[in-house]
Design a binder for this molecule. Structure first.
Ligand SMILES: Cc1cc2nc3c(=O)[nH]c(=O)nc-3n(C[C@H](O)[C@H](O)[C@H](O)COP(=O)(O)OP(=O)(O)OC[C@H]3O[C@@H](n4cnc5c(N)ncnc54)[C@H](O)[C@@H]3O)c2cc1C
Length: 373
């Protein structure tokens, strides 16, 4: 069995149970600590199995007040904020969003992060965790990004691709925007970490490392030896080989993908259901074998779904002889990664459906969300 399954079960009821045990007060107090009481829900939100709105509704129904849940709802709102940025920026999410990243000196991947040999023990341990489980804590993600981009002076894009490849919750919006937030191409200043901060939040006590300095010192040091070696990345996705799906072309087809695996979506309708794994999508946005296994395991919650490795055009071709118009035959959920799908697009579930468009700061977005309640 894949190791991730102990922490990230893929059965739908087990996922809902994870929401039911959330204690928002403990979450708010401890979320920044490596052993904090966090939700571990991001892989399911990213994959479209559950929505931010569903989580908010369940925790409020479980008797917690909005005030008690506010910190968690605010964090869930970061997800919505970044999705809204992606909807507006589209492919520009791959470019520096607000200003050019200051002070980068290369566009490669630091070798020590790739090989878990930075010398910062807890970081190396957590990098191994990333490879084994496909997940790391938010604070560790910030440390890694800061070491890569601000101390190691890499441009954010290549390390972000490496991260996305390995994360079960890989989400282009949350990932790219967070890397850019750390590297100051989507924020006003770079985020730096030092050994003291790492020790505090990871309950460790390592000393005398290249990060054992004040923030001001770290902001002005040369790239330390541990981060000087860099390399190019080769990331590929090995998609399963499948047959064409067998469709009843008198009925529409619901298109699922790695960002939409919602078992409740049009659950009672008599339709074809296809998990579409497009080689072109994964060539542009590769993911690891572990991530792909996770996606395939989550799709098992959807009765009668057929997995198809191929392009959307092959599904359209199956309707050539049918009387149904393509615009009625293909149904998907709105998503910036798949804007090119034809047909009907259902809206995703949002906590704050009326707050749309681009906001240059999260806190302006959040203010609007609160006003909209
Ligand atoms: C460099 C970097 C890269 C990241 N890449 C991704 C990514 O590819 N996919 C992804 O889902 N998240 C990403 N994040 C955001 C965040 O780290 C994860 O969402 C969070 O750690 C997931 O764990 P959790 O569900 O236990 O979080 P919890 O703390 O329990 O939070 C609950 C939910 O709130 C949202 N959330 C919490 N913190 C953030 C945040 N900082 N930004 C956006 N949403 C947040 C997520 O939807 C999360 O599932 C990244 C953060 C950084 C700093």
């Amino acid at each position: 069995m894949q190791k991730f399954k102990n922490i990230f079960p893929t059965n739908y009821q087990a996922i809902i149970n994870k929401i039911n045990v959330i204690h928002p007060g403990r979450y708010a107090k401890t979320r920044n600590f490596l052993n904090g009481d966090i939700t571990y829900l991001s892989p399911y939100i990213s994959r479209g199995v559950i929505s931010t709105k569903q989580i908010m509704n369940i925790i409020l129904k479980n008797g917690f007040t909005f005030l008690e849940c506010e910190k968690l709802i605010q964090e869930l709102c970061w997800r919505e904020y970044y999705q809204r940025v992606w909807q507006v920026k589209k492919e520009l999410i791959w470019e520096d969003l607000k200003q050019a990243q200051p002070d980068f000196i290369h566009t490669k991947m630091p070798v020590s992060l790739l090989h878990c040999t930075t010398g910062i023990e807890v970081i190396d341990e957590q990098l191994n965790h990333l490879y084994e489980i496909g997940y790391v804590h938010n604070h560790i993600r910030m440390y890694i990004a800061s070491m890569a981009c601000n101390v190691g002076k890499a441009h954010w894009k290549i390390p972000a691709k490496w991260f996305y490849y390995h994360l079960l919750d890989g989400d282009i919006a949350s990932n790219n925007c967070s890397w850019q937030w750390v590297a100051a191409s989507f924020s006003s200043k770079k985020y730096y970490c030092n050994q003291e901060n790492i020790n505090k939040y990871t309950n460790t006590n390592q000393r005398d490392t290249f990060l054992d300095k004040t923030y001001d010192e770290i902001a002005s040091i040369q790239v330390p030896d541990a981060l000087t070696a860099t390399t190019l990345l080769q990331l590929n996705t090995n998609l399963p080989i499948t047959k064409l799906p067998i469709l009843d072309v008198t009925k529409p087809t619901l298109i699922y993908n790695s960002y939409n695996l919602d078992p409740n979506w049009r659950a009672n309708e008599n339709v074809n259901r296809v998990l579409l794994l497009e080689p072109t999508h994964f060539a542009n946005h590769p993911v690891s074998e572990k991530v792909l296994d996770f996606v395939l395991a989550l799709s098992k919650n959807i009765p009668d779904i057929q997995v198809f490795t191929g392009e959307i055009t092959s599904i359209l071709a199956l309707y050539n002889e049918s009387n149904i118009l393509i615009n009625d035959a293909i149904i998907s959920k709105e998503h910036p990664a798949f804007a090119y799908y034809p047909g009907i697009k259902d809206q995703r579930d949002w906590m704050f459906p009326n707050v749309t468009g681009y906001y240059s700061s999260f806190f302006n977005f959040w203010k609007k969300c609160i006003q909209s309640l």
